[in-house]
Structure formats: C-alpha cells, structure tokens
Design a protein around this ligand. Structure first.
Ligand code: C2E
Ligand code: MG
Ligand code: MG
Length: 585
C-alpha cells in the first residue's frame, strides 16, 4: 500500500509543476477519492484554504447529490472497467453558495496497468445549471400566475396515483375549477383585466390550501387542485367552502369591481381508476355538470355521469359516420314578405336522418359537433348542399322567386383560409351568389381577428348577403352592428313569443325594427306563431316573418313549390301545422 502511495507521490511531483501553471482547475485524487493535490484555480473554485489541510479529504462530502457517486466510479476504475469519467455533483461552494460541479477525470496507471491516481479537471456549471433550473421551471409552470401547469400537475397526480395503488391507507381527491362568466370579464373589460382577475383569484385559492396540495392552472380560466391524503367528502367540502368564500369578495381593476363565481367538479378518491388521465376527464365532466345545474356550485363525479360521457362519445363516433354516409339532410323553412304574404326566401336548416332514432333536429347534434370539432365539416357540407339546391332551383326557373339563407357557425369564419374555402364552395356550385344569404350570430363579432374580417369581406364582395341571426340574445352590442355590413337582422323568437303580452318585449321588437330602419337593414321576425304576432309586426313595419304560423321547415321539393307563392297563415303551432299550410296561388 505504502509503495502505491510512494509511486503516486512521485507521479504527482512530476505532474505538479505543469498543473500549477495551467489556468484550468485541476485535481489529483487517490483511488479512494481523497484529494492529493488541487491547483490554485481548483482551490478557489472549491473554497479551499492554501494551508493544505484539505489533503486526504474527500472532495464531495457525505450526502451530496451527485447523479453518479464518485466512490462508485472509482471502484469501477480500480476494477479496470473504465479509464475516464465525467461526473456531476451539487456542492456548497465558497460563501455557502450552491455550486454545480462537473469533474472530468482520467486514471493514471503504472506500467503494469495498476491504477495510481486520478487527474481531473473541474468545471463550474452553476450558471448553466441556473438556466436549466429556470427552463425547467418555465416548462412546468404557468407564466401568468406562476402556478404549476398541467404537465407538472399530471406528474404529481401520477405519483399520488401510484402511491394510492400501493398503500391501502392512502388516497387523494381532485377538484376541477372553471370560472363562471370569465369570458364576460375578458370581453367587456379587456385581456389585462382578465389576466389580473386570474392572478388575484389564483392567489386567493392558494391561501385556502395546505402546502402539500397542488393548485395548477390548466389554461384559460381552468384550474385544478390535487388534495393528497384527503378523500372524505367532509374534508373536501371544507376546502370547497373556503375557496368559494375567498372568491366571494369582488376583484378590483382600474377602479372597477367585478365578481365571478367558480364551478367545481370533484373526484373523491382514486379507487376505481387505472389511469390518472381518466381522473381528470371525470373531474372535468363533473365540473360541466355543476355548471349545467346552475353556476357557482360543485358536483361529485358519479358513474351516471360516466355513462353519459360514454353516450356522448358514441354519439360523436356516430356523427362522424353520419357525415361519411351522407345522413345529413337540409330542410327549408319559408320566409314570408309581411306586406304581400308571399314566400321570397327560405332558411336551410340541417337535420340528421339517424338510422335508428329518426329525424334529429340540430339541437341534438350541432352543440356536440361544436365540442367534438366536427362543426366545420357540417358547415361545409351544409353550404355546399344549400348551394347545390339553389343551383337546381335556378335551373328549374324558380330561384328568381327567392333566396336561400344558410347558417354557418362562428368556427367556420374563425380560421385562416375561411375566405378561400367559402368562395371555393360557392363558386364551385355554380349557384347565383346574390341569391345566397349567410346567417351568423353575434358571438362571431367578439372575435376581432383579421381572418374573420377577411372572410366577411369576401362573402360581401361575392354579392352574398349577411344576416345577423338571433339578434338580441347574445352580447347584444348595438355598437357591434357597425363592424360588419349586415343586410338583415333576425329578431330572436324569444322576443316574438312574448311581444303581444309583454310590454317590455313589445318595446324591444319595436326598437329593433326602428334600428333596422335607421341603418337601412331588412328586419325578419323569427318564430311567428300567431296571427296576432304577424299583425303586430306588420303594424311596426317589420319586413319579413318566418314561423310555424306560415310553415315549418320542409324538404326541398315542398319548399321549392312554395317559392314565390302566397301563404295564407294557418291556425298556429298545432301538430297539424307541421304540414305546409294552404299554399295560395
Ligand atoms: P335558427 O337559425 O335561429 O333557426 C330557427 C329555428 O327556429 C329552427 O329550429 C326553426 O325550426 C325554429 N322555428 C322556426 N319557426 C318557429 C316557430 O314558429 N316556433 C318555434 N318554437 N320554433 C320555430 P331548428 O331547425 O331546430 O334549428 C335550431 C338552431 O340550430 C338554428 O337556429 C341554428 O342556430 C342551428 N342550425 C340549424 N341548421 C343549422 C346549420 O345548417 N348549420 C349550423 N351551423 N347551425 C344550424
Ligand atoms: Mg338561422
Ligand atoms: Mg335564429
């Protein structure tokens, strides 16, 4: 052993003058990892005194967290398994500051191949490490609120889930939070106010939780909470109550106060789950249930919801098939000129001819299609089919008698390429564009993107008219009416239904008709069901009406037969009224 030491000492003596001259931090270690020599740069880096008392000590004190421990590496060197190594470790450097060290070592052997010592260069990686830590933080946190993001939340959820599967006496719960009416804050007060609201609300929720709980922002106004070791309703309910109380105070921004409640979906315990992702899916489902049941509440996930979610999924699959198998059909509801009672247009309304469930109205599948991202396919199909029909009516000499209205969802316009898509479909059909009217809802006006503007400009430049549908129900900003060149507004049927017996609704209808006049727009009343309503509308100077009083939506052949004809109003919305009523000459 002593001879080994002597040999090492000789070698070091030879090497040393060279090492001292180099500016790189260098170290000689014996094969047990104890320091034999450190040059001045290495001493400065490690904070070692010049007195040499560090000789014989290990450079990495017990408990440092090197990814690979130096003694293990040296053992492999002694066994002849390796000659060089790179090893990184986290130490406490001079001044008690954290020091990330990279050590590149090479083994020096004697003529018989026996290891004598290790010469290693040292590199201070602290700056790199700090950047790495910052990058990792950024990758795992939300930059608006500083909270963990979805990725980090899922990492923690997964480890909690593994733990719960291994230990019978451990479990956890998950909350899925979504603010009610947050969109309104954003839309009415702007994104800065929306951001401020989210930051404040996140801070308040955090104060309701323990240190071990994770609050994460999933994006938008969606947050999730992981409550380790809490799976009893009483306990979780306590957390929910605290959160709701904390959010009851208004948030102030620019001297204005605003309130928003939160809807919460809860999964209590993870017992039945094989995958952590399924827990989040169910917590989200429960959140939607809570919202549907009236906002500002919470809902526990139960198996009934799971069955319903499955039904929705099945329905989505079926809907994809419906598109592929051409099971959608368009029906057409006449629009009547109130002054002459003649049909001068129709609105195309989509239906699904379901092989088992019969003819389904759009309310049963359009919202689902929107959620599943299928609405674009439906919109494109509807537009193409309506144009094909318009062309057929033109060829039959009927199109001069009226136009065709088509409903397109906001999604259709909110994308790059919408303009080209629209133009391609309409031009490709050979339909007379000036006989086409596109119905959009007010929600589209909330998107100020240039894609929307460009698409609308294209629609107009082709001679297609623009109709605002369901006027009065949305964010109803009269100011928004100026943004797009509408030719027509359709008064939502909720106003028409009560216009005769409610002064408020009567007044609203009068005001909308007046507005149409002022801006030179055509006004159509939707959902006209009684002669009294038709009479009142005529008295107000409303231009057109659509509703069961005249006719329900019918297939293309019957609708074509009504174009340009006088319709004498029927008796109202009795079941018999589902047939087109007395077609006059
Ligand atoms: P909408 O565009 O406002 O269409 C008018 C709705 O009112 C139609 O319901 C129509 O059948 C119904 N209606 C007409 N007259 C009366 C009446 O006198 N009384 C009552 N109670 N209802 C009447 P439908 O066909 O169920 O459509 C509902 C909604 O579905 C439409 O509202 C529209 O928003 C959407 N939709 C319909 N077809 C399409 C389509 O092809 N594409 C897209 N994206 N959405 C569509
Ligand atoms: Mg419509
Ligand atoms: Mg409508």
């Amino acid at each position: 052993m002593d001879t080994d030491k002597d040999r090492t000492r000789d070698v070091v003596r030879e090497l040393w003058p060279l090492m001292e001259r180099l500016g790189t931090p260098l170290q000689v270690l014996d094969m047990q990892g104890r320091m034999v020599e450190c040059n001045a740069p290495a001493r400065a880096l490690l904070g070692l005194e010049d007195d040499g008392r560090w000789r014989g000590r290990c450079p990495c004190p017990e408990g440092t967290d090197g990814a690979v421990h130096l003694p293990d590496i040296l053992r492999e060197c002694v066994q002849g398994l390796r000659d060089e190594f790179i090893q990184e470790e986290e130490l406490t450097g001079p001044g008690g500051l954290p020091l990330s060290l990279r050590r590149c070592g090479a083994v020096l052997r004697d003529g018989r191949g026996r290891p004598l010592c290790v010469v290693a260069s040292l590199e201070d990686r602290s700056a790199v490490r700090r950047v790495e830590v910052r990058l990792r933080h950024a990758a795992l946190h939300d930059n608006l609120t500083g909270l963990p993001n979805r990725t980090l939340f899922m990492e923690r959820l997964q480890s909690a889930h593994r733990l719960a599967r291994r230990h019978d006496d451990y479990d956890f719960s998950v909350l899925f939070l979504d603010f009610d009416r947050f969109k309104l804050v954003n839309d009415s007060l702007g994104h800065r106010a929306g951001d401020e609201f989210l930051r404040t609300a996140a801070g308040r929720i955090r104060t309701c939780l323990r240190d071990v709980d994770t609050l994460a922002r999933f994006g938008g106004d969606e947050f999730s909470v992981l409550l380790p070791d809490a799976w009893e309703l009483r306990e979780v309910k306590g957390v929910i109550d605290r959160i709701r109380e904390a959010l009851a105070e208004p948030v102030c921004f620019d001297g204005r106060e605003f309130f928003s409640s939160v809807s919460i979906g809860v999964v209590l315990g993870s017992g039945r789950y094989h995958r952590a992702e399924d827990i989040m899916r169910d917590a989200e489902t429960a959140m939607y249930r809570s919202k549907a049941a009236g906002k500002a509440g919470y809902a526990l996930f139960d198996d009934g919801m799971h069955r319903q979610a499955l039904r929705l999924l099945e329905c989505e699959t079926e809907l994809r098939r419906a598109l592929a198998r051409d099971e959608l059909v368009l029906h057409y509801q006449p629009i009547v000129d109130l002054a002459t009672s003649t049909v001068d247009g129709v609105e195309a309304l989509v239906r699904w001819q379901h092989p088992a469930r019969g003819l389904l109205p759009p309310g049963e599948f359009v919202p689902l299609a929107e959620e599943a991202g299928l609405i674009l396919d439906i919109d494109r199909w509807v537009l193409a089919e309506a144009c094909r029909q318009l062309r057929a009516w033109e060829d039959a000499g009927l199109s001069g008698r009226g136009s065709v209205n088509v409903n397109l969802s906001p999604r259709f316009f909110m994308r790059a390429g919408a303009a080209d898509d629209f133009e391609g479909i309409v031009r490709g059909s050979g339909a007379p564009a000036h006989r086409l009217k596109v119905e959009i809802t007010e929600s589209l006006l909330l998107d100020p993107s240039s894609d929307v503007e460009r698409a609308i400009a294209t629609v107009r430049s082709m001679g297609v008219s623009l109709v605002m549908d369901d006027f009065g129900t949305g964010y109803s900003s009269l100011s928004n009416l100026h943004r797009f060149p509408f030719d027509t507004i359709k008064i939502d049927r909720s106003f028409i239904a009560r216009m005769v017996d409610s002064q408020v609704h009567g007044g609203t209808v009068r005001a909308i008709v007046g507005l149409g006049r002022t801006f030179g727009m055509d006004v159509v009343a939707e959902g006209v069901e009684t002669p009294g309503q038709a009479e009142a509308l005529r008295g107000l100077g409303c231009d057109r009406a659509q509703g069961w009083l005249y006719a329900r939506a019918v297939d293309a052949a019957r609708a074509g037969a009504m174009l340009g004809r006088r319709l004498s109003p029927g008796r109202g919305p009795s079941p018999a009224a589902s047939q087109p009523l007395a077609v006059g000459a």
